[in-house]
Design a protein around this ligand. Structure first.
Ligand SMILES: O=C(O)CCC(=O)C(=O)O
Length: 300
């Protein structure tokens, strides 16, 4: 659905200015928007998965662990598809506040695509290089967006999300390298066309929400602090936007219309999209994908 039509609907949670800022810049940040009690409950469930990860020797379909991960010293990079691991995550993603905010930014029909929980382990949490999301899961339009919820207070040295204003209106960058291998980030040779100097750092107390469009160029630095930086990420689209490649993080919940109805017509944006590898053979995580490449992460 187009921005003008989305904006013509009455908002449920956001102000009209916040919605306009999202469409203008390609992202917004909502400080401490989630009630403390909800964050406490999500942190309790999350801690139970950290405990479970102790018995996981290496990355699998659910836990993505970093080098040096042991039972005594867990180093969890990602919990894949948390909405499938515990009902608390799905209840949170599909109801109430999250659904209201999604509705304000994708329109009255809201479709869930996937979720993940990126930990950025204390002192070791890997950087995420500059990239756009939509190349990994193209849709018929560019309505998809990702909401990130900081489960802990997140400061600069913890590797918060960095977003480049208005980059959603610019070039769609290749995330394959010269040899045709998927690397999951913008190549060094293309970074001079990215105005990384304009990047804004999205950080805030626990319960803050980052929201970025699927075309927005974004990254994050390593976590150099002694505290972890769990970021719970949910991706939604307009109901009339349809993915046309396999979901890299498949879930029984993918495609669920969490608000409104399943429209009878698909919306198509005329701007083409690069097609990713065939994820039906598995994806791993952005950390695992980017780790395989030796190129530098940042141009700032
Ligand atoms: O966890 C982060 O800091 C960024 C995550 C991200 O950009 C992604 O998973 O696409």
């Amino acid at each position: 659905m187009d921005a003008d039509r989305i904006l013509s609907h009455r908002p449920k949670f956001l102000t009209q200015k916040q919605r306009e800022d999202y469409f203008q810049n390609g992202y917004i940040m909502l400080e401490a928007a989630i009630p403390a009690r909800t964050i406490r409950d999500l942190n309790d469930v999350t801690q139970s998965f950290v405990e479970k990860s102790r018995s996981v020797p290496e990355s699998n379909g659910v836990f993505d662990v970093d080098r040096g991960h042991t039972a005594d010293n867990p180093k969890l990079r990602r919990l894949s598809s948390p909405v499938d691991q515990h009902e608390a995550y799905w209840n949170f993603a599909s109801n109430g506040l999250m659904a209201d905010i999604a509705e304000d930014l994708v329109g009255p029909d809201v479709k869930f695509h996937h979720s993940k929980l990126n930990f950025k382990w204390a002192g070791a949490g890997q950087e995420v290089k500059w990239h756009q999301d939509i190349q990994a899961w193209p849709h018929t339009d560019y309505s998809p967006l990702t909401m990130g919820i900081y489960l802990h207070d997140t400061s600069l040295e913890m590797g918060p999300l960095l977003c480049i204003p208005e980059s959603q209106n610019g070039e769609l960058f290749d995330h394959f390298d010269e040899s045709g291998r998927w690397v999951g980030h913008i190549l060094d040779k293309d970074l001079d066309r990215v105005d990384t100097g304009r990047a804004e750092t999205l950080m805030g107390p626990a319960g803050s929400i980052t929201i970025h469009n699927c075309r927005t160029v974004h990254a994050s630095e390593p976590n150099l602090s002694p505290i972890g930086r769990p970021l719970l990420l949910h991706t939604y689209s307009s109901g009339d936007s349809f993915p046309y490649t396999p979901n890299p993080i498949p879930s029984p919940h993918s495609g669920t219309v969490i608000r409104g109805q399943r429209p009878r017509w698909a919306h198509h944006d005329p701007r083409p999209c690069i097609v990713p590898p065939d994820w039906s053979g598995g994806y791993g995580s952005i950390f695992a994908q980017q780790e395989k490449t030796g190129s530098s992460a940042r141009a700032m």
